[in-house]
Design a protein around this ligand. Sequence first.
Ligand SMILES: Nc1ncnc2c1ncn2[C@@H]1O[C@H](COP(=O)(O)OP(=O)(O)OP(=O)(O)O)[C@@H](O)[C@H]1O
Ligand code: SF4
Ligand SMILES: [Mg+2]
Length: 662
Amino acid sequence: MTDTLPQDPPGKYDDEIDRLFSAGGPLAPSVGDYSPRTSQTQMAKAIAHAISEQQTLIAEAGTGTGKTFAYLVPALLWGGKTIVSTGTKNLQDQLFLRDIPTVRAALKAPVSVALLKGRSNYVCHYHLERTLNNGRMTSRDDVGHLREIQRFIKMTNSGDKAELAKVPENATIWNLVTSTRDSCMGQECQYYQDCFVMKARREAQQADVVVVNHHLFFADVALKDTGVAELLPSANTIIFDEAHQLPDTATLFFGQTVSTSQVLELCRDVLAEGLAHARGGPDWAKVVTVVEKAARDLRLTFPQDSVRMSLAQIPQSSDFFPALEKLKEELDGMIATLEANAERAETIEQCRTRAVELAAGLAGWKPDGKGKMVEGDEAVLWVEAFASSLQLHKTPLSIAPIFSNQREGTPRSWIFASATLAVKNDFKHFTSQMGLENERARTWPSPFNYEEQGLLYVPTGLPDANSFGYTDAVLDCALPVIEAAGGRTFLLCTTIRAVKHAAERLRTEFEQRGLNFPLFVQGERGRTELLDSFRNAGNGVLIGSQSFWEGVDVRGDALSLVIIDKLPFAPPDDPVLAARIDVMEKKGMNGFMHHQLPEAIINLKQGAGRLIRDEKDRGVLMICDGRIITKPYGRRIWQSLPPFKRTREQADVIAFFRDKSV
Ligand SMILES: Nc1ncnc2c1ncn2[C@@H]1O[C@H](COP(=O)(O)OP(=O)(O)OP(=O)(O)O)[C@@H](O)[C@H]1O
Ligand code: SF4
Ligand SMILES: [Mg+2]
């Protein structure tokens, strides 16, 4: 229940927390320009109390308040075995490389800390070896990257690809040399002793504090493959930072996905293993060919790429349904053959298990035309077509029952922290999605004076946000402002395409105008490296999409202008969103007002929150999307933002930057 009492009940750690967070306390010397923040101290007390009583607490405090220390201090001192889960991999790195070492050293806390990411983040010795032996590199880049990776694994302790800044995170080579669940041989692997994935898990098992991310946490519930499940039983404290993301992430993973490429991969392995261990048995080529054909035919029932469609949207007459039945049938045939040969080799038995799992995933797909599961739970079935594969997803619309189930059992403390959980002091939107209705929830006010520290600027004269050439219009308008700010800018875009376009254009413009603001572009280098260089540059311009909107912390002068290109509404063609809205509208609610708008407001508040991170920070938030003024719902958006002073005049912005040395 929402607690409106101004004062929390006294907790046994209150005095200690007052001391730790005081101006003369141990944190102060480790944090430059430290000054006690009441909201932070109170939040820390409430968290310490929840930890010591093994309770659940939903804790909200504005962006930049210092929530990280507010949960790390009690967790490191009294949390016992603690799992900290955060929204993205770069926030994991920020915690593991920067914040936890700071707090641990300041408190002299004798705790061991481990970082655990998903498999695909680690170089796999076996895949690397195989790729080196096959030697069929498609591009010069690949060859160069591969050489870097070979050098890297001799130096690294973790094998985490984020550590190798020289190879961009989206380089194609990573797919060939990182670990995957389906082809990992586990204990049978000759590299098992040196394996980075196994090492990360062993370390997590032994550590006092383990840093994970929400994807990994929830993926484990579905796959039991991330190493989190082994950690859970002994965990005393579980902290979710950026907890507002949980409903979406959890939904993704409490669902199931089957793809035609999984079927094709399986076929490839069946053929290889069959020929290796059961030659002379069945005609393996024939066994797999029919399944492969059925999988390819199923993909071809959607003529275009990148289609997302719910089951209900697929016409009953579509070839999809007969093609799906055909695939099920052929897969069953292959399962029978595998079963008959399972005793010949462990690897054939593994293939059989995979085939059975795939068949089970397909079984729920029946054309009842309503998008409802056979079991009758509220899930949406939807397909997504890529260039060469088709994915079939089953996504639950409510995760509350599943998550409540997860929290039952061993008593422990669950902390949900975020800047954006409540809407006008009401946590219901969040708690009902997560099944946390009866838990304690608290909000602490922001320590900043937005009216004096910040300016919200919505330029005039920009075209419609969906019109052609919009990004260029945004850049035209942004350039003089960036110049007035002396760089020191985050340009946050809603799409990757806009990031790329803005990067190209700004690079040219800076050159032509003789502006030497270093440009940092998401995807071109590792995120931690991008942020570190941005902080150090002092006049940088960083262009990023979603993963830079949240949690990212650049305190002080290095960041003084945040530009947001468009209001961050989720794409309306998203089938899960469409199904959610459908359910809401059946209950008489307005999907836009009750779901899309609040979600967009949360995103926007997060993006805006990168700006002011300290009592002394000053800066301009520039929102280019005119809908914030022209649309009836616009008022609700800007009223939800911190109380910045507002303007529509570029001259005010230029004056703001000139007036005081920021
Ligand atoms: N008491 C303090 N005095 C000065 N600086 C502080 C204090 N507490 C935290 N900081 C610094 O303030 C900045 C913001 O802290 P932090 O990143 O924890 O904010 P947050 O509440 O998690 O915000 P968000 O919701 O955006 O993630 C960091 O640079 C942090 O080191
Ligand atoms: S155990 Fe699995 S992840 Fe590790 S090296 Fe072997 S195949 Fe790769
Ligand atoms: Mg944070």
